[in-house]
Design a binder for this molecule. Structure first.
Ligand SMILES: [Zn+2]
Length: 234
């Protein structure tokens, strides 16, 4: 391969590697944001479980207070039974006591059922709490690993960029300008190999003449379609 072409190919390989690492570097903050979102969701689920548990507890306390009130009411009525003079009044108070008894037994059933629900809700809080703790731990570990990877890639990137600058300074000025222009206009790929008679930049077939010239490697050639610099990869 011609010396100037070999220099351009080396430069292209460095630029491809730099581009790949830059994309990896850009992915990492996104990955960290995903982890944070995962943790926020997990915390929200835990909070919802806690709120559900608290609201059931509140409901239970309210029903227990109602029960106490009704029990006191019933006792008061029962005390009155001995002071009553008429049958009519007696029957009326007995009826009231009956109504209060019904309300009590209904409330007691509701409270019992609430205890079951509260137990379930408490279990859910424990589960969600354990899940959250676990997730917090793994997210923290993954985050540390990602940040380590980011530092490593950034170090790698600055090393490659220095190497790239050195390599670019070796390329003849006019050729370097052509290369840089193609790099910008052709999505970061300015020099491409040829395979099966086609340019690997745009996949258009080369003429037999271009192909033969390229194989001999004595002239600098561009693809007639995409204008990328071509090289023969033997
Ligand atoms: Zn092409």
């Amino acid at each position: 391969m011609r010396e100037d072409l070999a220099q351009v190919v080396d430069l292209q390989n460095l630029d491809l590697e730099i581009g790949k690492i830059q994309r990896e570097v850009q992915e990492i903050p996104r990955g960290i944001a995903d982890l944070e979102q995962e943790l926020i969701n997990s915390r929200r689920t835990l909070e919802q479980a806690r709120e559900h548990f608290a609201s059931l507890e509140q409901l239970r306390r309210r029903k227990e207070m109602d029960l106490e009130e009704i029990t006191a009411e019933q006792r008061k009525r029962q005390g009155r039974l001995f002071e009553i003079k008429t049958n009519q009044e007696y029957t009326a108070v007995l009826k009231e006591i009956g109504g209060l008894k019904d309300r009590r037994s209904k409330l007691e059933d509701e409270i019992l059922e609430l205890f079951d629900q509260i137990e379930g809700a408490q279990g859910a809080v424990r589960n969600e709490d354990a899940l959250f703790q676990e997730r917090e731990k793994t997210c923290g570990e993954q985050r540390t690993a990602m940040e380590g990877e980011l530092r490593h890639l950034q170090g790698e990137l600055s090393r490659l960029q220095e190497e790239r600058d050195r390599q670019a300074s070796r390329v003849e000025q006019g050729l370097l300008q052509t290369y840089q222009r193609l790099l910008r206009s052709r999505g970061g790929v300015a020099a491409v190999p040829v395979r099966d008679g086609s340019c690997l930049g745009c996949y258009v077939s080369l003429t037999p003449q271009t192909y033969n010239e390229l194989r001999r490697g004595d002239v600098l050639l561009s693809c007639a379609n995409c204008h990328r610099i071509l090289y023969w990869k033997g």
